[in-house]
Structure formats: structure tokens, C-alpha cells
Design a binder for this molecule. Structure first.
Ligand code: SF4
Ligand code: ZN
Length: 739
């Protein structure tokens, strides 16, 4: 260890210790020793202290002991002539720094409870951007990406670049490598996060550009706290298992520190702290280097690297293997852009979302009918329309190959959602004939054209599913006439796929299938798909999951053995519960397949329909995504999806597919279709054939005519007289919410 650095780190650590101790004493006087201290909504106490020392700090007085330990770790200040050949004293100083800074941050949460925002998003409009400690929901959702490889790690950035443009480019370069970017600390009055806001870049957890706090302590404490919790949560480690926690991070989480600007003694102290986790520092200023390896995989501190080269240097120093998916489009591309939204003034073009038709369809063809890589646009391109335009859209993907089977079509089709979403500046929601696409002005400026949708799908489907097909061609339609034609063909195919499951019942199979594809948006969401309970997005039924499992045995669709029956009426099985518990990361230990009232299944944002209990009418309503109006439960579809769609269990509400509505087990615990008192007229039209059959089956052939719709009313009070007049069976049934 360079002596200069060691002495600077130790000097910095002493300064920070004194500052933090003074704050602690002040807080003790002001709030008393019993004052509770905590980071919001976490089971990991103050995570660095808990992870490394095993101490559970819950009250101010608990900090006493930690200060003592920190003090004992602090090496004496280094005098100029003293030889200091080892790294160890600086590492200890770094650890002590992090302990006391973490306590300082916890005190800040008492003193200024509103300083840090809660949740994933920044409030840029009101100038509030600092997100502070991530709660456990964010940890579970994001931390798992470090484990499954979706994100190799993070870059903790201190300071700022010279220009706003440089900051923007740096952020994008890191995003393209799928890294998270944690930001804090200022250099000459500037901070990277603020530069990004100035450049109009979306910051917050969804774009992986996370502004932790304004100073060096906040970014160090929250970044290393996050890494520590990830090791405990996903590595199954306990508080106090410090060696294992540090090694887990060194080996598994590819992270590093970028120091942009003047490296003060305090920065050195924090950099020394990060080295304990195996995270090296790369600086753009000429600070002394620490090259010999020891704790980190390669060098510990590398300096004087221009900002333009700093990412590739960091990647090399940290020994990171990055897989960049080469997708031949003019936009940045990768999972980091999946959570980004396009709204308001940013929208250049919109397709679907209830405003126009938008449909996507994967179909297999003969080998000689498909030209691999051919992408064609039929209809106007983005350059032919004005900003704010709306166009109809149909994406037809034709695949061919010796191993290709019709059964695989829905699986390839379901990928379209995230594959298109990965492009920067493009937002995609939904599936099948309820797709919804937004293209941002920035994307158009960068040269995005409608054929790029096809180029994305060709490149990525080959990459991920090349084993099951050989050729793929894509046609994108944007004129009404062709879109209508494709819509008809696609709907016929959806029908056929749906019908494959007809005749199978939940009782006749011992195996259900899971789907956890949506966990990137809804981290605890687990669909378990049975023959009579199709996926709530409508895109996956039991057959599809079975085929998906065959193609990809370690993928998102796993067989789930039903096991012992716990409740045949509500639809609960021991095997499903066990699977749910593990797949929801211990958040849920049971749910019912056939009930809306009693612990229904989790619901995520892609559901085709949402059903809700209507207590006054003693029944349920359901609404599909395309219906934009008010509904009798007092919420529009968009509000409902926002309220119940985060992957949680919400008694009284449940997401379901359109097809599932007319399956026999739909809400069977509450009496099934007999409870249905309201639905949009267009949805009824769409499912009418099957609905009529169901009505016959239950012996009330005209039930479909007794169900109210928006023309009758959009409140419970408005529709009740209609139901009474029609003698709707729900009115005679036992109270839906129990006695
Ligand atoms: Fe899978 Fe369920 Fe998401 Fe559909 S809604 S993709 S079935 S997790
Ligand atoms: Zn979903």
C-alpha cells in the first residue's frame, strides 16, 4: 500500500470519526439513549455494522459499543517518516470509517426524516432526488439481479465529470454493461446525479442510475450496505459472518468505485473501506496508485484515467466479463432500460394501449418460406408522421426450423415484451392483441425506425432461442388494413392455443407449472398455472408452460407438484404453497387458485383483466385493459392495475386472463360465473361464444344477458336496479364477504 494513500486514508478516518462521534453525543442529548434508530423498512438493522460485526443497532445507546470498536480499529495517525508497508492499517481505518458513517446516516434519518425519499423513484420536478437506503423490497427485487447475473454488479461514483455530456455518456456506458450506478459526493460544487438530471436523463432505481445521497458518506454507506445485505439475503449468510460476506462480494458482485474529482482524505478513507469488499477504486485524477494485488482481484487503486476510458479500465481491473448483446439498432440496449418509461411530452409515437390496435404474433412457417434476418415495414415509418402521432401496429414474426413446433410459438411471442423494452427510449407493455408501444422523441432523434423492432427480435430470439429454430423474419405493419388482417389471423391462433387446454381439468394432472417471468417488474409475483387457471397475462397456459420447460429446463416455467390437497374448493395444495414460499422469496406461504375473497393469487401488471368484489351487488365485476372508463368498484383499469398489480395478494381483487373468465374454476370458491354482475360490453362481445356455453352449463342460459355493463351504469348503485329486475342469481347467493 502506498504510504501516502494509507496516511491519507487514516487521516480521513480520524476526521470522520470525530465528526460522527460529536453528532452522536449531540443526538444522545437531544433524543436520549432509548431513541430508536433504523433505516426504513429493512430487517438488516444498520447493515454494514450488522453484517460485519453482528451487532443489532436499534437504539441510540447501541451505538456506544460500535464507536468503541471503531476507535480500536483506528490506527494511530501516520507520521511522515514511519514505514507503513502493509495494507492492513488502512483497511481497518476504512472499516472504522464505514461503521461511524453508517451511524451518522442513521442519525440523519432521525433528524431529517424527509431528507431521503422512500421507494425507487426520484421526484425530479420538486428537486428531490436523494433516495437513501434501499428498503428490503428494493433489495429483493434488485439484489437478485446480482445473483442471477442480470446485473454483474455496480459502479459507485463519487464526484462529477467536467461536463454534463460526459456524465450522460458515462452513465449510458455503465448501463449498457448492465451495471447499477450508485451516485453521491460532490466535486467543485457538482454531483454526477445532478448532472444527469440536467442532461434530461431519467434517474432512479428503474433505470439503475441511483442517486444515494449528496456526500461521500451516503454513497459509501448505502452502496456497501446494499452489497452486504445482498450477501446475507442471497448468500444465506448471517450477521457477523464478516469473512464470508466480504468474500461473497469479492467473488460474486463485480463492483468498483469511480472517483471523479479531487480525492480528499475522506474519500481515501471510504475507498479504503471499499477495498475490504474487494471493490477497487479507479480515479480520473493523478492520485498515488496501489497496484500490488492482495485483497482485490487485481489492482486496488488505479489513477489518472480519462473519463472516456474509465469504464473499460474498471472492467479490466475488476476482472469483469461482460456480455453485451449486439443488437444492430441505433439505441443503447440492455435490461437496464427495461424499467424506463416514456410519457407526456417525450412521446413521439404511440401504438395500442386502447388508442389504436396493436398486435404481436409469432407463427411458424416452412423452411423455404422464411428468409432469415429479413425485416420489412409495411405502412408509414416514424419519419412519415408528426410527433405525438398514433399508428396501428402489427408485428408478425415468422420462424422456421427443424426443431420448431407450434407449441413453442407462444413462448417466443411472450419474449417480445421484454426484448423490445430493453431498447433505450422505447416502452412496451402488454402482449397478444393488447400490446402497447411508445417511442420517445430521443429514440427518434437517435435514428430509430420501425424496422428496428424487427431487428431487435431477430437478433435476440436467435441469441436466446437459437436452439429451437433456424430462421426468423419479421414484418412490421403500420396501416389499418394490414393490421386488421393480422389481428384476425393472430386472434384465430390465440383461440386455437387457448382451446388446446380445453377438456383438461385441474384434477386430472398432478403437475402444475410456475411462471416467474414477471418478477423483473413484480419481484414477489408467482403465477402457478393449472389447466383451469391460465396465466393472468393470457399468454401462457398449462400447455405453453410445459413446452417452455422442455425448451429451457432451468427457465422461468418449472413443474410444480401439487402435492396434498389442502382445500379443494378454494384451490390450495401443499406442493404449490411450498413452491410459492420459495419463489416469492419467503413473502407468501400460500394462496388460493379459485378465490377472490380469501388470499387470491398474486397479481402483476400484465393481467388482461382484473376482477373486483362488489359488496352491494353481492357479486364481482371484471374489467379488461382496453376499457378506459370508470367501473363500479370506483377505479378505472389503470388505477386498479397500479393498486393491485405489483405482485401482491390483494383480497377482493385478482388479475386473470380473458380466457380464464370462462373456465370452470374461475372464482369457483365464490360461486364462479354466477357472481359476475358487471363487465364492459366489448369484453362480453369478445368472449360471448364461450360465455354462452358456460351459462348453459350452469343451467342459466340467459345469464349473459343479466350481466350489467357500462351502458347500464358505472357505480354499484346504478347497476343494482338492473340486476334486481333481471333477477341476477348473485343477489340470491350467500353474502360474498361472509356473514
Ligand atoms: Fe408468466 Fe404470469 Fe407474467 Fe404471464 S403474467 S408472463 S404467466 S408470470
Ligand atoms: Zn406480469
Amino acid at each position: 500500500m502506498s504510504k501516502i494513500i494509507a496516511s491519507a486514508a487514516i487521516r480521513g478516518a480520524h476526521k470522520i470519526y470525530e465528526r460522527a462521534e460529536a453528532k452522536y453525543k449531540e443526538a444522545l442529548d437531544k433524543y436520549g439513549p432509548k431513541q430508536e434508530v433504523a433505516f426504513p423498512e429493512t430487517a438488516y438493522f444498520l447493515p454494514i455494522i450488522y453484517g460485519i460485526l453482528g451487532i443489532e443497532v436499534t437504539k441510540l445507546e447501541d451505538m456506544e459499543e460500535v464507536f468503541k470498536i471503531a476507535k480500536s480499529l483506528l490506527p494511530p495517525p501516520v507520521r511522515e517518516k514511519m514505514p507503513l508497508p502493509y495494507l492492513a492499517p488502512a483497511l481497518d481505518a476504512g472499516m472504522a470509517t464505514l461503521f461511524v458513517e453508517e451511524m451518522e446516516q442513521a442519525i440523519k434519518y432521525i433528524e431529517e426524516p424527509d431528507f431521503y425519499l422512500q421507494g425507487e423513484e426520484c421526484d425530479v420536478e420538486n428537486g428531490k432526488i436523494w433516495l437513501g437506503a434501499a428498503n428490503d423490497i428494493i433489495l429483493r427485487k434488485r439484489g437478485v439481479e446480482f445473483v442471477d447475473g442480470t446485473a454483474p454488479g455496480f459502479a459507485a461514483i463519487a464526484g462529477a465529470t467536467d461536463t454534463v455530456e460526459q456524465a450522460k455518456n458515462l452513465a449510458q456506458e455503465l448501463q449498457e454493461k448492465n451495471l447499477y450506478v450508485f451516485m453521491g459526493a460532490e466535486h467543485e460544487g457538482k454531483r454526477m446525479a445532478e448532472q444527469l438530471v440536467e442532461a434530461g436523463v431519467q434517474i432512479g432505481w428503474p433505470t439503475r442510475l441511483v442517486p444515494f445521497g449528496p456526500d461521500i458518506a451516503s454513497v459509501a454507506v448505502f452502496a456497501l450496505g446494499f452489497a452486504t445485505r445482498a450477501a446475507m439475503s442471497f448468500g444465506g449468510l448471517k450477521g457477523g459472518e464478516f469473512r464470508k460476506i466480504l468474500i461473497y462480494n469479492k467473488d460474486r458482485v463485480f463492483s468498483f468505485v469511480l472517483a471523479l474529482g479531487t480525492v480528499t482524505d475522506e474519500w481515501y478513507a471510504n475507498a479504503a473501506g471499499a477495498i475490504n469488499w474487494g471493490f477497487p477504486t479507479i480515479a480520473n485524477t493523478p492520485i498515488p496508485e496501489v497496484l500490488p494485488t492482495g485483497v482485490c482481484t487485481y489492482e486496488h487503486v488505479v489513477s489518472n484515467i480519462p473519463v472516456e476510458e474509465i469504464v473499460s479500465k474498471a472492467v479490466e481491473v475488476r476482472g469483469l466479463k461482460v456480455t453485451i448483446s449486439e443488437v444492430p439498432i441505433p439505441l443503447a440496449y440492455g435490461p437496464a432500460f427495461e424499467g424506463e418509461r416514456v410519457r407526456g411530452d417525450d412521446i413521439y409515437l404511440e401504438c395500442g394501449g386502447g388508442r389504436t390496435h396493436a398486435v404481436e404474433w409469432v407463427t411458424s412457417a416452412e423452411m423455404d418460406e422464411v428468409t432469415d434476418g429479413k425485416v420489412e415495414l409495411v405502412g408509414p415509418d416514424i419519419t412519415d408522421v408528426e410527433p405525438g402521432a398514433k399508428l396501428p401496429l402489427a408485428i408478425k414474426v415468422e420462424v422456421a426450423g427443424r426443431k420448431m413446433q407450434e407449441d413453442y410459438e407462444p413462448i417466443l411471442e411472450r419474449q417480445i415484451h421484454h426484448l423490445i423494452n430493453y431498447a433505450q427510449g422505447i416502452m412496451h407493455i402488454g402482449q397478444r392483441d393488447i400490446a402497447w408501444l411508445r417511442v420517445s422523441k430521443q429514440a427518434v432523434e437517435k435514428g430509430f425506425r420501425m424496422t428496428d423492432l424487427g431487428k431487435i427480435l431477430h437478433a435476440k430470439l436467435h441469441q436466446d432461442f437459437g436452439a429451437i429454430f433456424d430462421k426468423c423474419q419479421v414484418t412490421v405493419y403500420t396501416n389499418d388494413e394490414d393490421v386488421e388482417k393480422i389481428l384476425e389471423l393472430a386472434r384465430a391462433a390465440y383461440h386455437e392455443r387457448d382451446a388446446r387446454i380445453e377438456g383438461m381439468t385441474d384434477e386430472t394432472t398432478d403437475i402444475f407449472y410456475s411462471c416467474t417471468l414477471c418478477q423483473s417488474f413484480a419481484p414477489n409475483h408467482v403465477c402457478i398455472i393449472s389447466p383451469e387457471r391460465t396465466g393472468l397475462c393470457g399468454a401462457y397456459n398449462w400447455m405453453d408452460c410445459k413446452a417452455s420447460y422442455e425448451i429451457n429446463p432451468t427457465g422461468p416455467n418449472q413443474p410444480v407438484e401439487k402435492g396434498e390437497v389442502i382445500d379443494p374448493v378454494k384451490g390450495q395444495w401443499k406442493g404449490c404453497n411450498d413452491f410459492l414460499y420459495q419463489a416469492s422469496r419467503q413473502v407468501y406461504d400460500h394462496y388460493n387458485f379459485y378465490s377472490i375473497v380469501d388470499d387470491p393469487m398474486t397479481t402483476c401488471g400484465c393481467c388482461e383483466c382484473i376482477a373486483a368484489v362488489l359488496p352491494i351487488c353481492n357479486g364481482v365485476m371484471t374489467v379488461d385493459r382496453d376499457f378506459m372508463g370508470m367501473t363500479p368498484c370506483g377505479m378505472k383499469f389503470s388505477t386498479l392495475a397500479g393498486t393491485v398489480g405489483g405482485g401482491v395478494i390483494t383480497p377482493g381483487f385478482v388479475g386473470h386472463g380473458k380466457y380464464n373468465l370462462t373456465q370452470r374454476k374461475w372464482l369457483a370458491a365464490e360461486g364462479g360465473i354466477k357472481r359476475l354482475v358487471w363487465m364492459p360490453s366489448r369484453l362480453r362481445e369478445e368472449v360471448l361464444d364461450r360465455l354462452k356455453i358456460r351459462c348453459e352449463e350452469i343451467g342459466i342460459p340467459d345469464l349473459w344477458q343479466r350481466i350489467a355493463d357500462e351502458t347500464i351504469g358505472t357505480t354499484e348503485e346504478e347497476i343494482l336496479p338492473f340486476l334486481q329486475e333481471k333477477q341476477h342469481p348473485a343477489l340470491e347467493m350467500p353474502p360474498i364477504l361472509g356473514e
